[in-house]
Design a protein around this ligand. Sequence first.
Ligand code: PEP
Ligand code: CO
Length: 430
Amino acid sequence: MKQQPDWPDGKHLEEVVARLRQMPSLVFSGETRKLRQALTGVNEGNNFILQVGNCAESFSDCHGPKIHNFLRIVLQMALVVKYKTGRQVIKIGRIGGQYAKPRSDDYESIDGKEIPSYRGDMVNDWAPTYEARIPNPDRLLEGYFRSAATLNLIRAFTQGGYNEIRNLRDWREHFFSRDISRLPYYMKLEEDLTSALENKEIAFNATSERDEIFISHEGLLLDYEEAFTRIDTTFGGYYDTSAHLVWIGNRTRQSNGAHVEFARGIGNPIGVKVGPDCDPDDLLTLIKKINPRNEANKLVLISRMGQDRIRKDLKSLIQVIKSNKLNVVWVCDPMHGNTFAHNGYKVRAFDDIAAEIRSFVKVCRNENVIPGGVHLEITAENVTECIGGINGLTLSGISDNYATKVDPRLNAAQALETAFIVSESLSRRD
Ligand code: PEP
Ligand code: CO
């Protein structure tokens, strides 16, 4: 089985998994079906997926003000896309369980010593010592409790009316940098919204779009995911109740692999990352396995090709899928194919991210399929992990506030700017 931690004590793991099986579900399958229902509207051109959040969520991200700020940025991004494109936005966080990471190398070298790679807070500790990196199953339980606490606050905010448009000004508070308020298109949007509110063209308490914020994570640790896979006693069928949507990463999507085998048995919508090395025949087998009834709202293919390869590689995959009449929703991850190294830091350039989004929309349009969403690694903090964009960050400033544990994220201003780029690409008719 690929990408599973090398747990040192199998009995300890079994005990933890037995406890997890007794824990209440995090989400109700009725919510998951609502998400599937919303996904139906994507290929009808009515809905758009905004799946955003941390690359690797930390246990310390389970903190009220951080979650609040995350909502502030997500709601603003959703508002931009909604008012610029007229599409409803399906908001899905990479949050409330994004605690496990696949790694290319099992070991990394720190000061000349080989230590196990960091695999996410649910597996081991980020501190660069051998001891800290030994996988500990107690972290699975800790991850569950922190996911529950995170989701609880998200639900509290949404149910308490926080995503009503009248809170626009509050969403802007705290992290809203000087830079972003200079963005002409942001100023224009705010003016338009303020006047629409004053003239009662939009109701003061209108929600920015659908109420829900769904949660998602990579369904990587199969012991954990299986412990939360439960039968829906009301309507029947098995669901992974650890999140509304789980995705299979680019490293674990082999059609004969354990992750695909797991995904085919559950009623959740499934994301699958597809990189430039994706074999079309294997992808067809995977799609037929996970979605044997060819349902329109089941499979979300998340293209992560890199801006230099997307035109050619995405086009050929879309054509194969179309010629087999298979139903999928196409989403663009413009992050994971555009990473480079600089002085030991992993970096991404805003221009590459923007270019991949634009190409994604173009390729989809040329092939007559709907560009259904974006999948972004973002944080509400003012980090310096991606260069370019409105902040004008450069490589020389990378170390100023480089805080990610795995991949470089868009900071709040860059994330919001990306929402404008997405909206502009969707609105273009060339
Ligand atoms: C990720 O989404 O953080 C990730 C590891 O992506 P991928 O599987 O596409 O490499
Ligand atoms: Co990542």
